[in-house]
Structures are given as structure tokens and as C-alpha cells.
Design a protein around this ligand. Structure first.
Ligand code: ADP
Length: 163
């Protein structure tokens, strides 16, 4: 059985993430969306529990996709699923440089681990969680950037952050 791991911080999940997850679910038998509690990004808008809940709801329409949260290194985590492949989205040349470096680091820890990239959909090449956070903080409309069912809670959280 082929397994893909789609990692990220998903703070919050965007339609760009969802596009990659959906396309990956058509290629692999099983997809694990892995929410990383990234130590380098110290201040998250949403807690891991909130992100787990939001991502789980967003992917519920895809039967072969499940969601887990992890605070260990991705390359260590992937050892639990022998043969699994990491799938990531590539938006721009700047993503490539970072991802190339991450791939080398992952290979050092787990030489068997392969990473594959799907090019971002043209509609979402500009889209990132930080763009969504920024827009929500300034009260801008985030419709079309995140799943509809999550708009209200992202706006509510942004309001809390502003105060
Ligand atoms: P972000 O970069 O938005 O903060 P993450 O750290 O959660 O998001 O990213 C997880 C993965 O999703 C990365 O591989 C990233 O390249 C990919 N990704 C994020 N946004 C998009 C997008 N708009 N289109 C395609 N892939 C994306």
C-alpha cells in the first residue's frame, strides 16, 4: 500500500494546502496529514489541538486521508511508515531552496526517506498561512483562501489577537 505524508504547520490550513492534499490522495492509497508543532515558529495563531480539529474537518471529504499531530522531527516520524513518501507543494523558487535543504537534512537522518513535490495550482501560488493570518488580523476578507467552514473561527481568533 502506498503512503504519502503531507507535513506542515497548517496555522491555519489554506485552500493551497487542501489542493495539494486532494491531489496527493488521488495518487497514493493513504495520505497522512502531519501537523508539525514547529519549534522554530514559536508563536502559533492556533494551538495544535485547534489545528488538528480544523484540518480533520477540512479533509473529512477525502476517505483515504487522516490527520496526526507530531512534535518530533519529520524524518524520525516517517520511520514509523516504511516506504512512505513525503509530498509537499512548491510555490516558488524560494520554496525550492528551502525544500532542497530540508530534503538533505531529512536524508541524513533517514536515508530511505523520499520527498516528492507537486507544483502549486496557479490560483494558490501566492497563498500561505501567514498571508491568511495577516489578512484576518486586518479584517480583510479571507473567502476563497481557506475552507468556507473555517472562515468564522479564523476571523474570531484574529479578533482575539487584535485585542
Ligand atoms: P505555510 O508555508 O503556508 O506556512 P506550511 O508550513 O503549513 O505552510 O506548509 C506545508 C506545506 O504546504 C509546504 O510544503 C508548503 O510548500 C505547502 N504549501 C503551503 N501553501 C501552499 C500553496 N498555496 N500551494 C501549494 N503548496 C502549499
Amino acid at each position: 500500500m502506498s503512503i504519502a505524508i503531507c507535513p506542515g504547520s497548517f496555522d491555519p490550513i489554506t485552500l493551497g494546502h487542501l489542493n495539494i492534499i486532494r491531489r496527493t490522495s488521488k495518487i497514493f492509497d493513504e495520505v497522512i496529514v502531519c501537523i508539525l508543532n514547529n519549534a522554530a515558529k514559536t508563536r502559533h495563531m492556533f494551538t495544535v489541538e485547534e489545528r488538528l480539529d480544523m484540518v480533520t474537518r477540512a479533509v473529512s471529504r477525502y476517505p483515504n486521508v487522516r490527520v496526526e499531530a507530531q512534535s518530533c522531527l519529520l524524518a524520525e516520524y516517517a520511520k514509523r511508515f516504511p516506504g512512505a513518501v513525503i509530498v509537499k507543494g512548491l510555490r516558488a523558487a524560494s520554496d525550492f531552496e528551502y525544500e532542497f535543504q530540508m530534503n538533505l537534512i531529512n536524508k541524513n537522518i533517514n536515508p530511505e526517506l523520499e520527498t516528492m513535490f507537486l507544483t502549486a495550482d496557479g490560483k494558490y501560488t501566492f497563498l500561505s498561512s501567514s498571508v491568511v493570518r495577516e489578512m484576518a488580523m486586518y479584517g480583510a476578507d479571507i473567502k476563497g483562501l481557506v475552507p468556507n467552514e473555517l472562515i468564522q473561527e479564523i476571523e474570531n481568533k484574529a479578533k482575539q489577537w487584535r485585542n
